[in-house]
Design a protein around this ligand. Structure first.
Ligand code: SAM
Length: 275
């Protein structure tokens, strides 16, 4: 009676895991976003002929109940989508929620996901990421979401259709500033491209016709400069002067945290007062 949530490749069929193949071969039936598409995958794997049930994104809510009934009757079913991990900008979440509510064991069979693949090669070092999926089409909803994302100190990951990429890069630049970003196009496929640059540079790069599938990864908000504590700065400068350091060197040493010129002038003033 388990529901297996099975990741399938996002392009390169070699990315299907051995465990995914085993589960697909052994289950009683497959629940698929598009039965024809996944039918071809199973044929390719040499495990065709499975009973299929459709779970298209536009009709997920209406199709979930009979699937949960079959699980409760004892069938083991594998959920797959057209590419990548179910539930990640794909149908699956509603079925999983209903299965959990009815006590059906839900078992992940992990594998490819375009978001994680893109983050793994971003080289951005925030140490965390926020998966935003597709931005809303409606401008007011889009602006609202981008305003929420603006202060996050995490990489921001967006899915987008190729024909909207240019416009979306410009919207991101307008809302978030001209941050460094990555466009990962056609991951794991023949024409894979990892384009790096600021959002405006990438918008220029992708100004013409864009083909294939794309993920956008944008760096997070930068650390705000720490509010300066004038008393602590003065104490630090006094201590350095007492050790015989020159104002120019003190300004240089503290320039990472404070404006250099201001530290230099403070050091000159304190030095003058010393003598
Ligand atoms: N469930 C999938 C996953 O785990 O990645 C995502 C499905 S969502 C409907 C499709 C979007 O994922 C595409 O519009 C694109 O943004 C991204 N995507 C899927 N495959 C990709 C690939 N090979 N290269 C780049 N982006 C991809």
């Amino acid at each position: 009676m388990p529901l297996y949530v099975v990741a399938t490749p996002i392009g390169n069929l070699g990315d299907l895991t051995a465990r995914a193949r085993e589960v697909l071969a052994a289950c009683d039936g497959v629940v698929a976003e598009d039965t024809r598409h996944s039918g071809k995958l199973l044929e390719h794997l040499g495990i065709g002929g499975k009973p299929f049930t459709a779970l298209p994104a536009f009709d997920e809510a209406a199709r979930v109940e009979p699937i949960v009934r079959r699980l409760l009757e004892g069938a083991s079913l594998a959920l797959v989508t057209d590419a990548g991990t179910p539930g990640i900008s794909d149908p699956g979440a509603l079925l999983v929620r209903r299965a959990v509510e009815d006590g059906v064991p839900v078992i992940p069979v992990p594998g490819a996901s375009a978001a994680v693949a893109a983050v793994s090669v971003s080289g951005f070092v925030e140490g965390r990421f926020h998966f935003a999926g597709f931005l809303p089409r409606k401008v007011s909803h889009r602006d609202e979401m981008l305003a929420e994302l603006l202060p996050l100190r995490a990489q921001l990951v967006f899915y987008e259709a190729p024909q909207r990429l240019h416009e979306t890069l410009l919207s991101l630049q307008a809302a978030l500033g001209d941050r460094p970003a990555l466009v990962a196009r056609e991951l794991t496929k023949l024409h894979e491209e990892l384009a790096r640059g600021t959002l405006s540079e990438l918008a220029r790069h992708f100004a013409g016709e864009v083909r294939g599938e794309v993920v956008i990864v944008v760096t997070g908000a930068r650390e705000e400069a720490q509010p300066q504590d004038p008393a602590a700065l003065e104490a630090e400068v006094r201590a350095r002067l007492a050790r015989g350091e020159r104002p120019k060197d003190i300004a240089e040493a503290l320039s990472g945290d404070h404006p250099k010129r201001a530290v230099y002038q403070l050091a000159l003033k304190l030095k003058a007062n010393q003598s």
